[in-house]
Design a protein around this ligand. Structure first.
Ligand code: ATP
Ligand code: MG
Length: 238
């Protein structure tokens, strides 16, 4: 499709001898929020790692913004407009909120706009502004997730990859995080979320994909996926 921002077609990838991805086929259009769901070990994180160049695909097509990115190093992929908020947040606990944010703006294109970008994040996350000098490691889990989101946005991405943003957070905070992600989507950033929290993830998404054993096996609108018997049994315990 011509308006696809990201296309993966039969992407395969391995860790040494272990093949983790067999057939990842998906498409994300500019402006969409898309959720990838799947069980532990299905290959969700690996899919994000392949998109951001941390792991090489060995087969298939990987295109972003009209170009093949399958052979680019991670840094170049950030420059093209993909920002990855990793599983477990990966903040620098002994650095302040502000310093963590600054680390997200390391590419040349955004470096001169550092101050404006930090202010933009503080507008989106007022609570972080109050805590701008606090060490990241002393923030609550929800606040740390907000810092991770904000740091991802500091690269001014076209596509934001979010790996389990709800992990370890209470239901109320999960709701807050997803409301922010929705706001990020409305601001024009395309978002790919990996989530085990299927209902919340799909509730803010335009579409979803299911990954099983390294393969995309199903796709649909949130309504279609939440109504699917197989999904209800496997992920919702219904
Ligand atoms: N660095 C690695 N070396 C070897 N195998 C790995 C490595 N990272 C992941 N794997 C394997 O690849 C498969 C897919 O892992 P991946 O982390 O993508 O799953 P996931 O869907 O993100 O799972 P979870 O929901 O638990 O985060 C798993 O079988 C995992 O053990
Ligand atoms: Mg994972």
């Amino acid at each position: 499709m011509s308006d696809a921002l990201l296309t993966m077609d039969d992407v395969r990838a391995s860790y040494g001898d272990f093949q983790a991805l067999f057939n990842i086929t998906l498409e994300i259009r500019a402006g969409e929020i898309v959720t990838l769901i799947g069980a532990n070990g299905a290959g969700k994180t690996t899919t994000l790692r392949v998109i951001s160049g941390l792991l090489r695909s060995q087969h298939g097509q990987l295109r972003f913004d009209g170009q093949d990115i399958s052979k680019l190093p991670p840094h170049e992929i950030v420059v093209r407009g993909v920002s990855h908020v990793p599983e477990g947040r990966q903040l620098f606990p002994h650095m302040s909120v502000e310093e963590n944010l600054a680390l997200g703006a390391y590419i040349g294109r955004v470096r001169p706009k550092l101050k404006d970008l930090v202010e933009e994040q503080f507008e989106l996350f007022p609570r972080l502004k109050e805590r701008r000098r606090q060490l990241a490691g002393t923030l609550s889990g929800g606040e740390q997730q907000m810092v991770a989101l904000a740091r991802g946005l500091m690269a001014a991405p076209k596509l934001l990859l979010l790996d389990e943003p709800s992990l370890g957070l209470s239901p109320k905070i999960v709701e807050e995080v997803f409301a922010k992600v929705q706001q990020i989507g409305k601001s024009g950033v395309t978002v790919l979320i990996v989530e085990q929290n299927v209902v919340d993830g799909l509730s803010i998404s335009d579409r979803g994909y299911v990954v099983e054993n390294g393969e995309v096996t199903l796709q649909g609108t949130p309504k279609e996926l939440l109504g699917n018997e197989q999904i209800r049994a496997a992920y919702l315990g219904l």
